[in-house]
Design a protein around this ligand. Structure first.
Ligand code: NAD
Ligand code: GLY
Length: 370
């Protein structure tokens, strides 16, 4: 599945006609032009979508590499933030694509974190009924999770990621060096997403992450590179088994049922997505223990890891009925049934069949009881 050449690593996401490579290499941002030439032998135009934070840092390097490789590059620079993951930004991308007259086989490139990646991918899936798109993820979260697997979306006032499509990129081009400019809080939230793979499917990776958190926080190259490789391999394996989330892919949503409720109850103002999901994971792990699925002490072990990472650990103070109401709106629910991802133990996640509301009352009460 993977080819390793010194520091360079290529994984193939094998999805038949929708297969693509994940290329991980420090410094590879400077070589994106050559990579595109290998993928598209007759195209000449492409568009880079980025935002006002990332573009000043990295767009010139991407543009230089593309132009040196013979590409005519246009750009679309969006405002920065989850609150701009909207139909208005989608329209801005559409306008730019029309103005640049990109034809059906000419690629659009997402240069940024998960917000830019999700919006660009969704726009690529719609423009001319689908043009190729390339992911150049620039946050930890995007490099370990969101750039791989083809989930693309924009938000709607009624819910996060409510309008979207499964639409796979043609290439994921990961340069860990770009993480050097990322804010510490974003790095922490991204590392929390990496820990998720350990919790749902690889206990030894969880232990490895726990022992290497200090080095990961300092972005030590060897640790960051091992972390990204492991996560991309996990993500690729899951997506190859279940591209459209009919089964095992749902495990990647560990912490999301509670996490999305936290984000909506706090009106998206208090926590980063990764922070809310980490808090949601703590709730899911406690619920796993309280329902008798996971051994006592599991929550303590996860909380110790998050504490070392420096994540917020305080569960926001809402009543069980508010939690249930907020979780009732999760788009992953089936009918009126709220879906929870729980653990049998660290390294072994599962989708819980049915959790009765009284179990959620008991869970929330256990926090109120201190
Ligand atoms: P983000 O895209 O908002 O990026 C976080 C911040 O870092 C932004 O301010 C951004 O401008 C800045 N930034 C990005 N790269 C930088 C760099 N190299 N240097 C300095 N600043 C940089 O947030 P995110 O955490 O990357 O992504 C969150 C989004 O991803 C959410 O919308 C979530 O729904 C989505 N997501 C999607 C999937 C998926 O499978 N598609 C999975 C998880 C999350
Ligand atoms: N990040 C969840 C998924 O890709 O399925």
């Amino acid at each position: 599945m993977s080819e390793s050449v010194e520091n360079r690593q290529i994984y193939q996401v094998d999805l038949g006609a929708r297969s693509y490579d994940i290329h991980i290499e420090a410094g590879c941002l400077n070589h994106i032009g050559g990579a595109l030439n290998k993928l598209f032998n007759s195209s000449t135009r492409c568009m880079v979508v980025s935002n006002v934070t990332v573009a000043p840092l990295y767009l010139a390097r991407v543009r230089k590499s593309l132009e040196e490789a013979g590409w005519q590059v246009s750009e679309c620079i969006l405002p920065d933030g989850e609150r701009y993951k909207t139909i208005d930004s989608f329209n801005t991308i559409m306008d730019a694509l029309m103005q640049a007259r990109l034809s059906r086989n000419e690629p659009v490139i997402a240069l940024g974190g998960g917000v830019v990646g999700d919006m660009t991918g969704f726009s690529a899936s719609c423009y001319r009924r689908g043009i190729p798109f390339i992911q150049i993820p620039t946050t930890v979260l995007a490099q370990v999770d969101s750039s791989v697997g083809g989930k693309t979306a924009i938000n709607h006032p009624h819910g996060k990621n409510m309008i979207g499509a499964f639409y796979q990129p043609k290439l994921v081009w990961i340069d860990p060096d770009v993480l050097q400019t990322l804010a510490q809080r974003e790095i922490k939230a991204g590392i929390a997403e990496a820990i998720k793979y350990g919790l749902i499917r690889d206990a030894s990776f969880f232990d490895w992450m726990h022992s290497n958190i200090a080095a990961a926080l300092k972005l030590e190259p060897a640790v960051i590179s091992t972390m990204i490789h492991a996560c991309c391999q996990h993500k690729a394996e899951v997506v190859m088994q279940d591209e459209t989330e009919q089964g095992v892919r749902a495990l990647l949503n560990l912490g999301h049922t509670f996490g999305h409720a936290i984000e909506s109850m706090t009106r998206y103002t208090t926590y980063l997505h990764g922070e809310a999901v980490a808090l949601g994971t703590l709730l899911a792990v406690r619920l796993s223990e309280q329902c008798g699925y996971a051994p006592a002490g599991t929550e303590k072990k996860v909380a110790a890891c998050y504490k070392q990472l420096g994540l917020p650990l305080h569960i926001p103070d809402f009543d069980a009925s508010q939690w249930l109401d907020a979780m009732g709106h999760d788009k992953k629910n089936i009918g009126s049934q709220i879906r929870y991802i729980l653990l049998h133990k660290i390294g072994d996640g599962f989708v819980a069949g049915s959790i009765e509301p009284h179990a959620i009352h008991a869970l929330i009460d256990s926090y109120h009881a201190g």
